[in-house]
Design a protein around this ligand. Structure first.
Ligand SMILES: [Zn+2]
Length: 343
């Protein structure tokens, strides 16, 4: 369906004068490599002539959109995905091309206009999914970089390899600890564990709660899953919660926090004889990982508990049916979680 993006004053080629032009986005069809594709096209519309045109940079954008649609259909990386891949390693187009042993402008061409061959695609995909192989490629093509830049890139790639291996390691442990919850059930809120979603929820709370400690975070996760279940009949993350004397706590919570180390930082704070673990945000939350309904539930939890201390939340939690009907150490079924007091 056609959508008006904006109105601009533009030098109209039909009328040969500047006047108000409507910029429109519409889905359209084209043939790319003799394959029919559908894509979003942008064009300028002159109401006086009732005709459309497109400035050169918009024509290029449309061509790229058509080709990206073709790439998606053929399971090739799109221009955006190629850009994302090289962003992982913080290299520019020329550097990424050189890193893979290709000519200087190869990546620039793929990001701007040309469709890559399958072999080129496979190589880019491989270094995207296996950071260690990016390091190997870089070393193989070392002579294409000056020493200083080579070392900079190597450090960035090495750090990335390390982080992804640590994440992979904890993911394996978490999956092992959740091995009994591979089917949708009362325990996981009729949703199998989505570790990335759990990490994003943690990141969200670290960004939006003014003073967040580990114990409070555990309860916020529980309330987010419970409230979501109350509204939509299933949990948000698939986390399984146990009732502990400090409150509801997700199974494998230590491992989940370690897995989330790219999103949060935990620092120790000492109060008299106690240690408290403060949770600080690191980087940005990718809100696109959540549905609108999920964001609304997370925001409701933030609003409700942002200024409540640990003890207040604990007192509040004690009044929940889920608490009254379970004992310490027991798994809290979502059939009880969904009975939380609404807010
Ligand atoms: Zn005109």
């Amino acid at each position: 369906m056609a959508e008006i993006m904006k109105k601009v004053n533009y030098n109209c080629p039909f009328c040969d004068e500047a006047h108000e032009i409507t910029v429109i986005k519409d889905s359209t069809k084209a043939l790319v490599n003799s394959m029919p594709v559908e894509y979003e096209e942008i064009y300028y519309y002159c109401p006086k002539e009732d005709d459309k045109f497109a400035p050169k940079e918009i024509v290029n954008k449309n061509l790229l959109a058509a080709k990206d649609s073709y790439r998606s259909l053929n399971e090739l990386l799109t221009s955006h995905e190629i850009k994302e891949t090289r962003s992982l390693y913080e290299v520019n187009q020329k550097e990424f091309a050189n890193m893979l042993g290709w000519g200087d402008i190869t990546i620039q061409r793929y990001e701007k206009k040309s469709i890559q061959d399958e072999t080129y695609d496979q190589k880019m995909r491989f270094v995207r999914d296996n950071p260690k192989s990016a390091l190997d490629e870089l070393e193989r093509n070392k002579d294409k970089f000056d020493q200083e830049r080579y070392e900079e890139i190597r450090e960035t790639v090495s750090d990335f390899v390390e982080t992804t291996s640590v994440k992979y390691f904890y993911k394996e442990i978490i999956e092992t600890l959740y091995i009994d919850y591979k089917e949708e059930s009362q325990e996981n809120g009729y949703k199998t564990l989505d570790i990335e979603k759990a990490e994003n929820m943690i990141a969200f709370f670290s960004q939006h709660i003014s003073s967040l400690y580990k114990v409070k975070l555990m309860k916020l996760l529980w309330y987010a899953d419970s409230l979501f279940c109350k509204k939509y009949g299933r949990g948000m993350s698939g986390l399984v919660y146990k009732r502990l004397h400090l409150g509801a706590t997700p199974k494998a919570h230590e491992e989940i926090l370690k897995y989330s180390q790219t999103s949060i930082e935990i620092i120790e704070e000492y109060f008299d004889e106690c240690i408290a673990y403060k949770v600080l945000p690191k980087g940005n939350v990718d809100l696109s990982k959540f549905s609108i309904e999920e964001i609304a539930v997370l925001q409701a939890v933030v609003e409700k508990f942002n200024h409540m201390g640990s003890k207040d939340i604990n007192d509040y939690m004690q009044k929940e049916v889920a608490y009254k009907a379970t004992t310490d150490g027991e798994t809290i079924p979502y059939s009880l979680e969904r009975k939380i007091n609404g807010f």
